[in-house]
Design a protein around this ligand. Structure first.
Ligand code: NAD
Length: 300
């Protein structure tokens, strides 16, 4: 068996095209503001991509760079200022914040209607109540990929590896709405392989390269690989390949042993090109949804 590779990039492109149409119907340009506290060279590329994706479909993007010495009170004051600005529809915080700042308290200070990452207690609560408003982007990305496959979900066994607030927990809640039977695995799980092998849909979101082996996959299962891991490129001798800069060459992989899994799974998302592009698309979708809500409330 060779699994069908699920094209997350193509699904993301279709989603972005739909968003362009929605944006054309909003009189004010949707506006996303990102807050970066201190210097973080590794997030530079990510921020550039965020800006490019926004601008490509007509979302205004602002990056507010705050100094590394910013105090918790100053950060909260900045978030509250953005909460009050009618022209700002989405606020995101680049994580992690520098030592001494409280990630969670800052995240919870974002107004729920501008919480385009879906991390506030209000938006999480909406998921539990079955009325999701702005769901966490990565969980919704995985969910939409699963929905796009057009499978009957009712009664399916779904195993999710990872219980984080951004992926495992919200994805479980979204899928419960489709009457699946979910199992969540985590670092306390005793027999990961047994839970994985039962799954009609297996979601890997642990951040551990090679954690999910082909032996753990039920033949024909749908495998959604959320993990993003950087691993060294190995040469024919099994040793890391050294690049021109003298450093180990690296590549991006998921949590699933992809090549081996292709022989067992029915469908599988690649890394890169699977959940990642859809996660960005969901961030933009939440920003557009937030701008639409603001427009509706302004008319009241
Ligand atoms: P996290 O560290 O907050 O959570 C990881 C979870 O995996 C935890 O619940 C932990 O209990 C579980 N886990 C770790 N090792 C395990 C093991 N050996 N067996 C069973 N469970 C194990 O991570 P996160 O923020 O949820 O991210 C998870 C992965 O998804 C990371 O690789 C991250 O880079 C990636 N990610 C991808 C996207 C995307 O767009 N594709 C977006 C966000 C995060």
């Amino acid at each position: 068996m060779t699994a069908k590779i699920i094209d997350g990039k193509a699904l993301a492109e279709r989603t972005l095209a739909e968003l362009k149409t929605r944006i054309a119907g909003i009189p004010h340009r949707p506006h996303l503001t990102a807050i970066q506290v201190g210097e973080n060279p590794s997030s530079r590329v990510y921020l550039q991509r965020q800006r490019a994706s926004c601008e490509e479909i007509g979302i205004r993007y602002t990056l507010d760079e705050l100094p590394a010495q910013t105090t918790q009170a100053q950060l909260i004051a900045h978030i509250e200022k953005l909460n009050a600005e009618t022209g700002v529809h989405g606020v995101i915080l680049q994580m992690p914040l520098p030592d001494g700042l409280d990630d969670s308290a800052a995240q919870q200070a974002v107004a729920p209607e501008k919480d385009v990452e879906g991390m506030t207690a209000t938006n999480m609560g909406g998921l539990i109540c079955g009325t999701p408003n702005l769901p966490p982007c990565t969980a919704e990305a995985a969910y939409r990929i699963i929905k796009s496959l057009g499978l009957e979900l009712r009664g399916k066994e779904v195993t999710i590896v990872g219980r984080s607030a951004i992926v495992g927990k919200p994805l479980m809640l979204l899928l419960l709405g489709d009457s699946v039977t979910p199992t969540i695995c985590h670092t306390g799980t005793l027999d990961l392989a047994a839970h994985a092998a039962r799954a009609d849909i297996l979601v890997a979101a642990a951040g551990r390269a090679g954690l999910v082996t082909a032996e753990m996959i039920k033949p024909g299962a749908v495998v959604i690989d959320v993990g993003i891991n950087r691993v060294p490129v190995l040469g024919d001798d099994g040793e890391p390949v050294i690049g021109e800069n003298g450093r180990k060459k690296m590549r991006t992989v998921g949590d699933v042993d992809f090549e081996a899994a292709l022989e067992v799974a029915g469908m599988i998302t690649p890394v890169p090109g699977g959940v990642g592009p859809m996660t960005v698309a969901m961030l933009l979708k939440n920003t557009v949804a937030s701008a639409e809500m603001a427009q509706k409330n302004a008319k009241k």
